[in-house]
Design a protein around this ligand. Structure first.
Ligand code: C2O
Ligand code: CU
Length: 477
């Protein structure tokens, strides 16, 4: 029987000075910006993590440098980055730099932009990130398995002039399915039930690879928090007890108008990110919970532990800073855009009768039984032979996405960020995103300027859905 995270709160009583010190040391170390110049080796290998309470058994994982999350990579905007992936795993792998508008050949998609890196081999990733912001890296080969085993890390592109803040912290949240022995439940990896329903939902949440984290702060400090949802499939809402976060960027891209989210809840679909400004306006000595809302329960994943002495600053700054703009395309030429429809079908409770897979037509039963597929885009299961859309370079595209399934999905576009331009039930949200949460029955039109040539994937980032057929590609040429 699986353990539920809720019970863990009881095990983590008092503030642990040790945990607090670890977080601080970690964040200080991570903040020395990489010069971008030297080649950095990143080895994907087996390791162990302390996902549960300190005296619980450690969990064997796969991680970059054997850790989860992998090293926090901080690079300068627009400067060349050189990372050599060394594969010490028992499986071929790649790295995808999620959300970076990258050169196509560096996008890391096994079977589309590169051949996977076999065990013992190395692959040289070389690119210059055009946009500052919060991104992340993870494999793009058997992603549903490799991500569930712990392969992911934060990829931070620093602004030339970042807004002033006292601490810049990555909060990377994950959802693990562990067995009673504290090990990853391997038997259920890629199970047809997960594929056909909500994806692999776990029973233990972690913040930066630990069960619960104390984050030391001082009264009067201004924090920049970089939230990343690294779960396979779980949509997670984060609240900071007693604090009002202001969202200043989404999926790496700065907002023109920062906002305080409703109920102070920052809701992230798998792979989505949010940059927040959070002012530490509680009293000296306060301890406040960081809660993760799974939709069913609210679990504590960490705490802000206020220093016992003196305020950092007598008063909190009042204005919320605007991040410097990224070189994103300007106004979209919607009148002359190419129009594409994308209909999502399949899954449990509303399965299609038949669909096309690898150029042949199959009945739903056969697809499930023989191929473990159950989802389709425009009636096609998995990667089609010809692209879902073929777009001339420099053209604007409007994609009307309709979710005709009984499940939410996190639609991720590689190579470009997209913006809502129409919505069936509300005003479109004016944000550039690389991952769009589509609720069941939702219909939304997104647009983007096809500025980045190449073959790009688009798929659901609920990784079991991706594996079960929700993956396609588009070409810009
Ligand atoms: Cu975060 Cu196709 O990936
Ligand atoms: Cu999905």
């Amino acid at each position: 029987m699986m353990r539920f995270t809720i019970t863990r709160r009881q095990f983590t009583g008092g503030a642990s000075a040790f945990a607090a010190a670890t977080v601080l040391a970690g964040s200080l170390k991570a903040q020395q910006p990489s010069t971008n110049e030297q080649v950095r080796r990143l080895t994907a290998k087996l390791g162990e993590a302390e996902l549960l309470e300190t005296d619980a058994p450690r969990t064997p994982i796969w991680g970059y440098e054997g850790h989860v999350p992998g090293p926090e990579l901080r690079v300068a905007q627009g400067k060349p980055v050189a990372i050599d992936l060394v594969n010490s795993l028992p499986q071929p792998t790649t790295i995808h730099w999620h959300g970076i508008r990258i050169d196509n050949s560096m996008d890391g998609v096994a079977g589309l932009t590169q051949t996977p890196v076999t065990p013992g081999e190395t692959f040289a990733y070389r690119f210059s990130p055009p946009d500052a912001g919060t991104y992340w890296y993870h494999p793009h080969n058997r992603t549903w398995e490799q991500l569930a085993r712990g392969l992911y890390g934060p990829f931070i592109v620093e602004e030339q002039q970042p807004p002033p803040c006292d601490q810049d912290l990555v909060l990377m949240i994950d959802d693990w399915r562990l067995g009673d022995n504290g090990h990853i439940d391997e038997a259920s990896l890629g199970s047809m039930h997960d594929i056909s329903h909500a994806g692999r939902l776990g029973n233990v949440l972690t913040l930066n690879g630990r069960g619960e984290q104390d984050i030391p702060v001082r009264a009067g400090q201004r924090l920049r928090l970089r939230l990343i949802n690294a779960a396979n499939a779980r949509i997670i809402g984060i609240t900071f007890e007693g604090h009002v976060p202001m969202v200043i960027a989404l999926d790496g891209q700065p907002l023109d108008r920062p906002f305080a989210p409703g109920n102070n809840l920052v809701r992230l679909a798998p792979a989505q990110r949010a940059d927040l400004i959070l002012d530490c306006d509680q009293d000296v000595g306060a301890q406040t919970s960081i809660l993760a809302d799974t939709g069913r329960e609210k679990l504590r994943i960490g705490r802000f532990v206020y220093h016992k002495e003196k305020r950092e600053r007598p008063n909190i700054l009042t204005d919320i800073p605007l991040l410097p703009q990224n070189p994103m395309p300007g106004a979209l030429d919607l009148d002359r855009a190419i129009n594409v429809d994308l209909e999502m079908t399949g899954g449990a409770m509303s399965a299609f009768e038949a669909a096309e897979y690898k150029g042949k037509r199959y009945g739903a039963r056969e697809l499930v039984r023989e191929h473990h597929k159950i989802w389709a885009f425009n009636g096609i299961v998995g990667m089609p032979q010809s692209p879902l859309m073929q777009i001339p370079l420099g053209k604007t595209v409007k994609v009307r996405i309709v979710n005709r399934t009984a499940w939410p999905h996190a639609m991720h576009f590689h190579g470009h960020h997209v913006k809502e331009v129409a919505h069936a039930r509300r005003t479109p949200l004016p944000y550039w995103r690389d991952t769009i949460l589509m609720e069941r029955g939702e219909e939304v039109t997104v647009a983007f300027l096809a500025h980045n040539p190449g073959r790009w994937m688009l798929h659901c980032h609920m990784l079991e859905h991706q594996a079960g057929g929700m993956s396609s590609w588009y070409e810009v040429a």
